[in-house]
Design a protein around this ligand. Structure first.
Ligand code: DX5
Ligand code: ZN
Length: 223
């Protein structure tokens, strides 16, 4: 599979989200990453279903919704109705992770599991063949603009090995500190969906930044 680029709107100007969507799409974004935070699972608060619904009206590419919230089960249907095409839930908050993944898939969209830097790969072992993608956090979730944790590279390799052993071709998504420097490394380790916030919306020309990120990622694919 080729590498998909998913600009994270968290780093965009929230007063001009429509323009951020257009800039990302002009640069060739494959997905739009939407960070939902509740002030409990992570220290920050961001957005909910109404904003996703507005984004859905203007976006041409699928919305990739990352739920950093304590009780995702309560909100799955609302996010799907709002227009999410993919939802990632965190393993850390879900004692019944398998059930939650089935519910998401039952709502007709792709289901992913996300793991924090301190969460072992073994936490997702039993759902390896049930997920549509695995989101490996390369920073501690809650804020954009943090530094990539180098250990994420070996973690991505371990997740890839786990998925392969389960006979799954689910792609690995990476999130946090992804830029032109870290992209090639993490793609080489096995990541195929790159989320990037500040590297794209912090750039002078976000459309060009999407293209640059893709070029760096593809260099990792070839090496
Ligand atoms: C962090 C979020 C990320 C964030 C990434 O908790 O899940 O999606 O937007 O931001 P950057 O790319 O700036 O590290
Ligand atoms: Zn995210």
């Amino acid at each position: 599979m080729k590498v998909l680029v998913a600009p994270s709107l968290l780093a965009a100007d929230f007063a001009a989200l429509g323009e951020a969507v257009s800039m990302a799409e002009r640069g060739g974004a494959d997905l739009l990453h939407v960070d939902v935070m509740d002030g409990h699972f992570v220290p920050n608060i961001t957005i909910g279903p109404p904003v996703v619904r507005s984004l859905k009206r203007v976006a041409r590419v699928p919305l990739d919704v990352h739920l950093m919230i304590e009780e995702p089960d309560r909100y799955l249907e609302a996010f799907v109705q709002a227009g999410a095409a993919r939802i990632s839930v965190h393993a850390e908050v879900l004692p019944h992770l398998h059930r939650t993944l089935q519910v998401i898939k039952g709502l007709g969209i792709k289901a992913g599991v996300a793991i924090n830097p301190s969460t072992p790969v073994s936490a997702i072992e039993e759902v390896a063949s049930d997920v549509d993608h695995v989101l490996v956090m390369c920073v501690n979730p809650g804020f954009g603009g943090q530094t990539f944790i180098p250990r994420s590279e070996s973690k991505v390799r371990a997740v890839r090995a786990l998925l392969d052993a389960a006979g799954s071709d689910a792609p690995i998504e990476v999130d946090g500190g992804i830029d032109a420097t870290t992209a090639a490394r993490i793609v080489r380790a096995g990541a195929r969906i790159l989320v990037a916030g500040s590297a794209i919306f912090g750039a002078r020309d976000p459309s060009a930044a999407v293209q640059e990120l893709r070029a760096s990622a593809e260099a990792g694919l070839d090496s």
